[in-house]
Design a protein. Structure first.
Length: 102
């Protein structure tokens, strides 16, 4: 069993509403936004004009793929939502997010 599988088993296999804006607890507080139509964006909370866009796809019960505009950068991993927090594990790195209220 991998660490990602164990983590997802503990916090509940991706079940939850990923839609909306989430602020990273690290990574300079970047805001990730997941739109219901599959659109994705990431930005600094204090610079709303500087936005990196792309798309995302939910895969199975806990998988996620993010493709940045231009198609040159693709990230695959897993996600889980529990107690109002989003955990993304992309490229082996775990990041924690809270709902963005800005």
């Amino acid at each position: 069993m991998t660490l990602a599988t164990l983590l997802l088993a503990l916090v509940g296999c991706g079940a939850g509403n990923i839609y909306g804006a989430w602020q990273a607890q690290a990574m300079d507080g970047l805001v990730f936004e997941f739109e219901k139509d599959g659109g994705f964006s990431v930005r600094q909370p204090d610079d709303p004009g500087n936005v990196l866009r792309g798309s995302y796809t939910l895969v199975g019960e806990a998988g996620i793929e993010i493709l940045l505009e231009g198609g040159e950068e693709r990230f695959s991993g897993t996600y889980a939502i529990a107690s109002g927090e989003l955990v993304l594990i992309l490229s082996g790195e775990r990041q924690y997010f809270s709902r963005y209220r800005g």
